[in-house]
Design a protein around this ligand. Structure first.
Ligand SMILES: NC(=O)c1ccc[n+]([C@@H]2O[C@H](COP(=O)([O-])OP(=O)(O)OC[C@H]3O[C@@H](n4cnc5c(N)ncnc54)[C@H](OP(=O)(O)O)[C@@H]3O)[C@@H](O)[C@H]2O)c1
Length: 427
């Protein structure tokens, strides 16, 4: 039986933002404060949590100043909890209906939070973009989460809500049976440029170093291959000129392919046609390609050895050509940045059999939004959490460890995101 969220729950907080003093956590706190009227009853009860009370008090004060909401300092509680102290996590989880955890890299700090949520009946959303963490949580906690009636939903940030919900949106807009989608991600910055905070760089460095373990994990998680319906999607090379987006493109290295595939597997088990998926990212013109190849070569070399990894961790700006930094982007840089996913789908019109012949129809859709890491990610994470709170009847009947697409397919998440500046459209 799923533990359904309800306003009569004895838990004092509907949401708790854990890791609220981190670079991303602070923006998640702001986003919760902005969206706090969007629950049934119109008044969210929430708290912020982390390992340092001083830092959390400062976060509340800065958020109150930034939003001109001095009442936050008296209305929002502070909870001290540390990943290395299980009792503190259990105590935090007993107080909240949904925990929004921003404590990463998740490979190091994610599992104790998932475990505490499952054991103490709290739902959990995270913004991990680490397939190994996400898939191992599914392997290890899915049945306990189902027994406890809690929803553990990973990758609720820019990784991988736009891609996962974008594929579902494309499927739902297609008149017939959609069988394959390719997505092309492009990101742009304003005159001030932009960058990504070090937390994500660390997740990428340690994730790459350990990527071999994913193969055996996947064998355990999915002993049977996902059925291929319709013409097989074409494989692209490691670098190619994309006519779709009129620039060079490479396979997208983040969690999107893993997350979308898990969603499609879930839907296939629900007797829906799984969509094949290929994810690519635009890199621009030839000078960007040369820079990228050089950075990728150094990264793949250094990531293999602990000495090299230490250097990568110590000097993110140097090794990423300034794309990642310990300071993270400024608000001005964030204001000038945006992302766009272009989805190119193909399938079979109504009455056509996908097991016979080539696809006979195409569709193009877009998902566009503001700066990915610290504007779109908090919006997506907070809307995911609010959806769990507000639309319990639209979630799967059983609790479990889910992808965003699997858990939110029947909810109004896309409309919610649209209202907050992450737009889905058909071209
Ligand atoms: N999906 C996406 O698109 C997306 C976007 C942005 C970020 N992220 C992910 O979010 C994660 C955080 O990134 P970030 O840049 O915000 O990193 P960060 O600034 O280093 O934040 C890490 C947070 O974890 C907390 N923490 C570390 N050890 C802890 C412990 N033992 N107990 C409790 N809290 C602990 C830190 O607390 P203190 O403040 O006390 O040090 C800090 O609040 C990363 O995994 C990143 O990849 C994902």
């Amino acid at each position: 039986m799923a533990a359904r969220s309800s306003s009569s729950s004895p838990r004092p907080y509907q949401l708790i933002v854990f890791g609220a003093s981190g670079f991303t956590g602070r923006f998640v706190v702001e986003e919760v404060a902005r969206s706090s009227a969007e629950v049934p009853g119109g008044k969210l009860t929430w708290a912020i949590a982390g390992r340092s009370r001083d830092k959390l008090e400062k976060v509340l004060q800065e958020t109150a100043d930034q939003l001109g909401k001095p009442e936050l300092q008296s209305e929002v509680e502070i909870i001290v909890a540390d990943v290395s102290e299980p009792d503190s996590l259990a105590a935090m989880c007993k107080l909240g209906q949904v925990i929004l955890t921003c404590v990463g890299p998740y490979r190091f700090y994610g599992e104790p939070v998932v475990k505490a949520c499952v054991e103490n009946g709290a739902h959990c959303v995270d913004i991990s973009g680490e397939p190994q963490f996400l898939e191992s949580m599914q392997l290890n906690y899915d049945s306990a989460a189902a027994d406890g009636g809690v929803y553990i939903v990973g990758s609720c940030g820019f990784d991988s809500i736009p891609a996962d919900m974008g594929v579902l949106y494309t499927r739902d807009q297609f008149k017939g049976t959609l069988t394959a989608v390719e997505s092309f991600l492009t990101a742009s910055t304003g005159p001030e440029g932009g960058c990504i905070h070090d937390g994500t760089w660390q997740s990428a460095v340690y994730g790459m170093a350990d990527s071999e373990k994913l193969k055996s994990l996947r064998k355990q998680l999915n002993p049977k291959p996902l059925p291929v319906i319709g013409a097989k999607i074409k494989r692209r090379s490691a670098l190619f000129y994309s006519n779709e987006i009129q620039q060079y493109a490479v396979p997208f290295m983040g969690s999107d392919p893993s997350v979308v595939k898990r969603t499609q597997r879930f839907l296939s088990e629900e007797q829906q046609t799984p969509v094949q998926y290929g994810a690519y990212a635009g890199v621009g013109g030839i000078s960007s390609v040369i820079k990228l190849l050089f950075a990728a070569f150094i990264f793949s070399l250094f990531v293999k050895f602990s000495f090299g990894r230490n250097l990568l961790i110590k000097f993110p700006e140097f090794f990423s050509f300034g794309y990642f930094s310990k300071k993270g982007p400024t608000r001005k840089q964030m204001e000038g940045s945006s992302f766009c996913f272009a989805f190119f789908g193909e399938g079979y019109t109504e009455g056509q059999d996908p097991s016979q012949g080539k696809p006979n129809a195409k569709i193009r859709t877009l998902v566009r939004g503001p700066e990915a890491g610290y504007v779109a990610t908090p919006i997506a994470m907070v809307q995911a959490a609010l959806t769990i709170l507000s639309e319990p009847d639209a979630l799967p009947k059983k609790g479990g460890v889910y992808t965003p697409g699997a858990v939110f397919a029947k909810t109004s998440l896309i409309e919610r995101l649209d209202k907050h500046g992450i737009h889905f459209s058909v071209l």
